[in-house]
Ligand binder design. Structure first.
Ligand SMILES: [Zn+2]
Length: 319
């Protein structure tokens, strides 16, 4: 039987888990659907990630409002992907913060990415007509931005290098040793690398993520990693996924094989460990195509459109 395109056949509602990680530090995880977080300052909130639509974002804000009525001063978006940014209007944030490359990517491909992700993961787009338009940042930075939270506490936003996209940022609470890692690290969910810089991500970028020494990590998808060992394991697992993808696709590319052959090898190598995780089958064709492009010398990722998504899917998963 043919596999349903990407995650279009995944219609089952996921259970959401609200967690207070430390005093005033919150996360909502959802069995492999995109995670979100929030941090309380003395008189405002910083929210991390916005979900796919304002209606989906409002369900998270309703949970948060059971704990605090503080206004959202900053909405931090870890990167440009539609399922993380298009719910932004629900937050009424004074500032929307991203990396400067995320500003560029939204201007260049925000609409194409919206159309692509809507086709790939329709379930996440609850009441899509509630989206007022593309989300553009109001404040960007290139390396590091510190938000004072009151007293000794601060939230550090940092770019760790190119990885899942050209402009990922993480949010780090040094006092609490909690890291919101965005899609640079996944906990028991497959990595999406269709817009990635695989070699940077698997080496210096993940080294920089590990160097925080977090004792709790909220990845882009999956459960919260609790404790230094679990954090190290989540980072190692993400790196291992990338390394296996690079090894198998690299071997086939090196001996001038075909893209379909590379997909088969990558699938065989990754499926035993990662095949049962959310979005594995969905991601793999796009991942293999992007790393193949990188090996061909295409540094800046090609734009995924709803049409190109279907072509690559048919060529690889449909075979
Ligand atoms: Zn993403």
């Amino acid at each position: 039987m043919a596999k349903a395109f990407a995650s279009s056949g995944d219609l089952e509602t996921k259970a959401e888990t609200f967690v207070e990680l430390a005093g005033g530090v919150y996360a909502l995880t959802a069995e492999g659907d995109p995670n979100v977080g929030a941090v309380e300052a003395d008189d405002f909130l910083v929210c991390f990630e916005a979900r796919a639509t304002p209606v989906a974002a409002r369900r998270w804000l309703d949970r948060l409002r059971e704990r605090t009525g503080k206004p959202v001063r900053y909405l931090v978006l870890s990167h440009y992907h539609a399922v993380r940014v298009l719910g932004a209007s629900a937050f009424d944030a004074a500032e929307i913060i991203t990396h400067e490359q995320t500003r560029r990517l939204i201007a260049e491909r925000g609409q194409a990415d919206w159309d692509s992700e809507f086709g790939r993961m329709p379930r996440l787009f609850e009441e899509p007509e509630s989206i007022p338009g593309l989300t553009h940042p109001t404040l960007t930075f290139s390396d590091r931005l510190v938000i004072p939270l009151g007293g000794e506490r601060e939230l550090v936003l940092q770019h760790c290098g190119r990885g899942h996209t050209a402009g990922d940022i993480v949010a780090w609470l040094p006092q609490e040793k909690i890291l919101f890692a965005g899609d640079l690290v996944e906990a028991q969910a497959a990595l999406y690398t269709g817009d990635a810089f695989h070699d940077d991500w698997a080496s210096s970028t993940l080294d920089n993520v590990a160097a925080f020494g977090a004792t709790r990590l909220v990845g882009g998808r999956g459960a919260v990693a609790e404790g230094a060992d679990a954090v190290r394991a989540a980072i190692a697992q993400s790196r291992h996924f990338l390394d296996e993808l690079r090894r198998t696709v690299g071997e086939v590319h090196g001996k001038r094989g075909t893209l379909a052959e590379a997909f088969g090898k990558a699938h065989d190598a990754l499926a035993p460990e990662f095949g049962g995780w959310p979005i594995f089958e969905h991601c793999l064709p796009f991942n293999v195509q992007r790393y193949w492009d990188e090996l061909d010398g295409t540094d800046w990722p090609r734009i995924w459109t709803a049409e190109r998504d279907r072509e690559v899917w048919a060529a690889l998963q449909g075979a």
